[in-house]
Design a protein around this ligand. Structure first.
Ligand code: KG4
Ligand code: ZN
Length: 356
């Protein structure tokens, strides 16, 4: 049995979790999240300085809570994992310094974790056996990517968004519609009563320099502009906004684009397993459409549980457990934090020569 304490502070969720691995099966013993959403909502988005301060306030309590809920003490822990990149630098520092301090005090290995590797590991908390190779659609507030997991710890990015991430598009369009932050859940709620076919909206494509399009890449900025134009037309006419229909049509086209390109990519690459993770993967319409199209194409679908789609620390602990399994015993205390770092190079976090 291996037990990892995970910390996540890359953006606006302070989170701590205890996850154990027994015979390769992960069990979440406690997962605590102190959401800062209400604080940032007043500003319409995340304020980095406020995020760091709130992490500092929340972490000690969350750490106490996970030990209380699990009935364990730090003496049972085998390693401490904390997100070190990508994210808001000040926010990442709070989690990373806390993890390194606890590690030093209790003589435990410290594991720096790549936030996207955390999202990838979130699907392993579903307890359904999953072996590489597989294709991951990672859809969050900061990233929209198709990643091939060749083997554990070996990643190849096959597609990305060239402008906004899908979650970012949800957040921006929600603001245009007068809905609160974060936009994803707000649009999902408004869309429930709406007609997803009422408005025809563009499925952004990225041109290739030599002609044609990149087959799997994404673009959401044109869709955002199309939504803005629709909204302005209603406003110019002095008519009230059909918020539900607009929200449903937007949610529908985003889901179609994400699903169509993922399926095409899997079929072209002869991959028979798709994994969907990240905040936007909590969306019920997207989950339903992906399940339907995977069934039609005989592709196995693995979804992260909804509670582990948005940022949490159980996924960070799970990524730590995977790294231990791969033989990455610890990260150097000299490892800092970084706003950006390629997922493909996250193995560098476990070498003596630190990358940042
Ligand atoms: O993974 P996440 O918690 O943080 C990042 O790593 O970015 O994702 C947050 C994003 C936000 O943009 C939020 O609007 C979106 O995920 N989101 C959703 C839903 N829940 C969260 N988007 C669509 N439908 C949802 N139910
Ligand atoms: Zn995230």
């Amino acid at each position: 049995m291996t037990l990892v304490l995970g910390l996540e502070t890359s953006c606006d969720e302070s989170a701590v979790a205890l996850v154990e691995s027994k015979a390769g099966v992960f069990k979440v013993l406690s997962s605590q999240i102190a959401s800062q959403i209400a604080v940032h909502a007043q500003w319409g988005g995340v304020v980095p300085e406020i995020a760091s301060r709130k992490h500092l306030e929340a972490l000690p309590h969350l750490i106490e809570d996970v030990f209380q809920e699990s009935g364990l003490s730090i003496s049972s822990v085998d390693a401490i994992a904390s997100t070190v990149s990508p994210g808001l630098v000040g926010a990442l520092l709070v989690g990373s310094v806390t993890a390194r301090t606890l590690s030093a005090l209790h003589n435990l290995p410290f594991l720096g974790i790549h936030h996207l590797e955390g999202h990838l590991a979130s699907v392993l908390l579903s307890k359904v056996p999953l072996d590489p190779p597989y294709l991951v659609l990672l859809v969050s507030g900061g990233h929209t990517e198709l990643i091939q997991v060749v083997e554990q710890g070996n990643y190849e990015r096959l597609a990305r968004s060239h402008d906004d991430a899908a979650g970012e598009a949800f957040d921006k369009v929600a603001r245009l519609l007068g809905l609160p932050y974060p936009g994803g859940p707000a649009i999902e709620l408004a869309a429930k009563e709406g007609d997803p076919q009422r408005f025809s909206l563009p499925k952004g494509r990225i041109s290739r320099p030599g002609g044609g399009f990149y087959p799997y890449d994404f673009s959401f900025s044109g869709l955002k502009t199309a939504m803005l134009r629709r909204i302005q037309t209603f406003q110019d006419l002095g008519e009230s906004l059909p918020v539900s229909d607009l929200a449903a049509s937007f949610e529908n086209v985003v889901s179609e684009v994400l699903v169509e390109r993922s399926i095409q990519c899997a079929l072209d690459r002869c991959m028979d397993k798709i994994v969907m993770v990240g905040g936007v993967a909590a969306n019920v319409r997207l989950r339903g459409l992906m399940a339907k199209r995977c069934r039609e194409n005989s592709i196995q679908l693995h979804l992260a549980l909804k509670e582990f789609c948005t940022d949490n620390a159980a996924m960070v602990a799970a990524a730590g457990l995977e790294r231990l399994k791969l033989g990455c015993a610890s990260s150097s205390f000299d490892l800092g934090v970084s706003a950006r770092w390629p997922l493909e190079e996250s193995g560098a976090f476990y070498q003596d020569q630190v990358p940042f």
